[in-house]
Ligand binder design. Sequence first.
Ligand SMILES: C[S@@+](CC[C@H](N)C(=O)[O-])C[C@H]1O[C@@H](n2cnc3c(N)ncnc32)[C@H](O)[C@@H]1O
Ligand code: SF4
Length: 361
Amino acid sequence: MLGLYIHIPFCKQKCFYCNFFSIRYEEDFADEYIDALIKHSLDFKDKALDSVYIGGGTPSILSSKQIEKLLCCINDKFDLSKLFEFTFELNSDSTTLEKLTILKNYNVNRLSIGLESVDDRLLSLLGRVHNFNNFCNVYDLARQVGFNNISIDLMYGISHQTLKDWKNALRKVLSFNSANLSLYPLSIEKDTMFYKRGIVTSEYVQRDMYDFSVEFLEQNGYNHYEISNWARSGKESFHNTNYWRNKEYIAIGAGASGYLNRFRYKNVENIKEYIKLINKGLNAQFEKEYIDDKLYSFESIMLGLRLLKEGVSIKHFNNKYYQNVLKRCIDERVLVQDNNVIKFAKGYEFLFNEIVSKFVI
Ligand SMILES: C[S@@+](CC[C@H](N)C(=O)[O-])C[C@H]1O[C@@H](n2cnc3c(N)ncnc32)[C@H](O)[C@@H]1O
Ligand code: SF4
């Protein structure tokens, strides 16, 4: 069984903090792109999928017709008889009742909505195109259409946002009782408007906000299953968890990264070029790396340590060097061994980068 990721590299406008691969949406160009995605998916015809994730960019910016065409193809060309989770990313600004109904009719059973902030002042500071009221309307609409597995993305540590603002934001978001919450500390990425403007973030403020989130969401019944993700029990993202379990998955679309037959690959990050290659029946992959046993162990540790409850199997610490590093981390009580599983000691996941760097050989 495999997962499938499809990248939709279109947005209404570029948010000031974002360096994900996306460009401004144009209907005709998106038509050509959808046709290329459909053609590309034929390479994997009849594969049995247990999860599908359509992400971006902003998948909901596609027209109803484009969404229906793409979903119809996925339902037709793949074996979805054992499908467990089918996620579609939304921005509330471009989501309509018609689009939600199409998603429901074509087996989408999970929505991921980028809310980012509950404060309209911060939303405009981030360069977002929606406001809070707009989000509330779309969330209610999605519930009415029958979606009960909805994930909300929020960012914290935004300039001008205080710890008090963040506490209020989490209290407000709790009232939606969403299945999953993804909380990300704002990071200033190269080539973004924030980077150009010299915006900075405070690690200390972000740490306080993170600590509050951990405590508050645990008190309110959320399972902190991954460093940046909390879920109601049983609603943990299956597709993303498989990614952290270092399982293989197919990637379709410009700029999308996949992992198949021990090769990690990335498709060309130029939409015109991607369409051209696919239409000529050529390979759209431009980066390909074989994951040998050594790299496989490292990646399994790096990804698996993000799963705070599940952790990573001890079998990946399979050489003398790793065993020594692991012993030191356990002696220092940063990592713990629980039967055959290694995980972060409670409250030490903030050392993630430092600990993972110790396993780089
Ligand atoms: C690639 S975006 C896709 C979701 C959708 N395009 C949207 O923005 O509504 C996934 C999430 O990553 C987070 N994100 C993107 N850039 C970030 C940054 N520079 N720092 C922190 N989080 C970021 C946001 O929370 C965003 O919702
Ligand atoms: S954060 Fe989301 S909506 Fe904003 S530019 Fe990036 S991908 Fe597009």
